[in-house]
Design a protein around this ligand. Sequence first.
Ligand code: HEM
Length: 423
Amino acid sequence: MSTIKRDKGLDNTLKAMKEGYLYTTNQRKRLGAENIFETRGLGGKRILVLSGKKAAETFYDNDRIERSGTLPKRIVNTLFGKGAIHTTTGKKHIDRKALFMSLMTEGNLKYLRELTRNHWYMNTHRMEQMGRVNIYRESIVLLTKVGTKWAGVQAPESKIEEIATDMDIMIDSFKGLGSKFKGYRESVKARHRVEDWLEDQIIQTRKGKIHPPEGTALYEFAHWEDYKGNPMDSRLCAIDLMNTFRPLIAINRFVSFGLHAMNEHPISREKINNEEDYAYMFSQEVRRFYPFVPFLPGKAKTDFNFDGHDIDKDTFLLLDVYGTMHRDDVFENANEFRPERFIDWDGSPFDLIPQGGGDYYTNHRCAGEWMTIIIMEETMKYFAGKVSYDVPEQDLSIDLNSIPGYIKSGFIIENVRENIDRK
Ligand code: HEM
């Protein structure tokens, strides 16, 4: 048995934040560590970083890994909400996860596809009038409309901008993890505002004062009972209801990355328009290639062996999400943007893990992954085929040393015009 290579230093948090998405890959290469290395962070805590496909498989083995209690408190307070599904474990998690997954019916997913397609189409005139359009901002507002409508939540047009901004503030709260976060108070305030607004709708639905359609998230969450026959506390219900559409709004990041990729690889626009399934493969590659979730936390539930190394119970672990998807032994020429790689992809739950891996029902894998792919497909088809636009001079760089990942300019387009065949 070999010893685990170590990134020396009493606390490497700052170093990790400086290197951002590249920290894990840089260290693995520097240390000559294939699938595991040790570091210290978050106040000197010993952390083992697990990377690669085998690592993902291990990480999603519920007998060996515990996830609850490992998310930073700050992230729970801002991004997910206290008591959110992400923080649950065992029977409670499986019970509540089934509620989320029960929303993923064929009808609900088809409706989401139509909503996305129609909203972009209806937004064309607005973008034509706008001159310059910042896609990051434009899509966050549009997705707020799609998400709230899909979830059956009442969101008046006059409130959309405000909700979109509050969501953006919350989503951004994983900025500067491990160090002091300047936006923390703002983030907590934004969360309270949105929780109040949603809790009120849960209460009104339960009292029969408003009538969201059956099958919508609002209806199903308000009427759900856990395995003991108890309804969810109304605040908690609002928190998890938000977890059905706040992350949907975060797809705005993938949307701007998608347009960035189309700009870098103009041929992809033609392929999206002309080749069946290309929009799907393109969307998968955007999710794999561009920086979003860097790593995920967990801890050893028991003593176990990984890749020839003994790991003791309670050891804090990080699954290297971004690094795993950029390893050449996981995806060939991983640092190239190549949607065609998904032509013969075997659909493994342990390599394409931008939204977590493993099983949807029993692991913490993202409940909204199918929704994300659908929204991306429809959005990419719209921008490839339904409109033309120019991309003015701007800073299109993406700093991989900074988490979360952004296109510096947000991705700006101008001179948007509808593609109409008038022949
Ligand atoms: C969980 C990412 C979109 C709902 C997760 C996890 C990640 C993630 C990394 C945690 C996986 C783990 O801990 O193992 C993303 C990204 C998205 C996205 C990058 C797109 C921008 C969505 C959407 C929904 C959603 C559209 C709508 C339903 C959830 C829920 C969980 C989750 C409810 C918790 C699952 C659980 O704890 O079992 N997501 N997600 N996400 N996501 Fe997403």
